[in-house]
Design a protein around this ligand. Structure first.
Ligand code: GSH
Length: 218
């Protein structure tokens, strides 16, 4: 029986980051579905996260939350295969990508473009077009910064998986589920090349919550 338990929410991109790390490392785990967006959820469906978010990982009684901490913990506790490069500059770029995603990427790519353009319509809910347009506009700078990192090739090569790939891929998958997101991505050749390789990995297929575009465009 697994001594790893992940508390997550199926459509959550941050949950998918943790699941990607677990999949890339070939780790089995128990998965508990909790809904961080439902304030009325019964106790067993409520996240044990102190800020009521997901994901949260439990390993042998050790609880850790914040996705970057979960990913770093898994990579250190289960060292093979390593998802952290050896070269100092690659390590710096990996950390940089993760920070870009958390500080500047998640909101426009996921909460504005994906939520308004894909998730809400799929649920029969109205789209806030102003939010959607604001997300697309803000995504431009984020994609440009990531394209610059991908061009240099320390990380986001699509060949050697790192924690940067695992952190970014769920956000890009969500963004690219909207046709306008796919078009914006297609204008960045290095990022698109990375995405074409990453989107077809078995870890991505295993963790698809049902929103991934069938064929990523280059
Ligand atoms: N800083 C947190 C962010 C996690 C997060 O925002 N998760 C979203 C789902 S993708 C969530 O739980 N949202 C619930 C809410 O906003 O109330 C982390 O890195 O784990």
């Amino acid at each position: 029986m697994s001594d790893l338990t992940l508390y997550g929410h199926r459509p959550s991109v941050y949950t998918r980051v943790a699941r990607l790390v677990l999949a890339e490392k070939g780790l089995s785990y128990d998965y508990r579905e909790v809904d961080p967006f439902d304030p009325d959820a019964k106790a067993e469906h409520r996240s044990p996260h102190p800020f009521s978010r997901v994901p949260l990982l439990e390993h042998d009684g050790f609880k850790v939350y914040e996705t970057v901490a979960i990913a770093r913990y898994l990579d250190a506790a289960f060292p093979t295969p390593s998802l952290t490069p050896d070269a100092p500059r690659a390590v710096a770029r990996m950390a940089q990508v993760i920070s870009i995603v958390d500080a500047y990427g998640y909101w426009p790519l996921v909460r504005q473009v994906f939520s308004q353009g894909v998730f809400r319509p799929a649920d029969g809910l109205e789209t806030d077009k102003t939010e959607f347009a604001a997300g697309l506009a803000a995504a431009e700078g984020v994609l440009e910064a990531l394209e610059t990192v991908a061009i240099k090739g320390y990380v986001l090569t699509g060949d050697t998986p790192t924690l940067a790939d695992c952190h970014l891929a769920p956000m890009i998958a969500a963004f690219a589920a909207a046709p306008e997101g796919r078009a914006a991505l297609a204008r960045r050749p290095a990022l698109s090349k990375w995405w074409c390789k990453w989107a077809t990995r078995s870890s991505m297929r295993q963790t698809d919550a049902g929103f991934d575009a069938a064929h990523p465009e280059s």
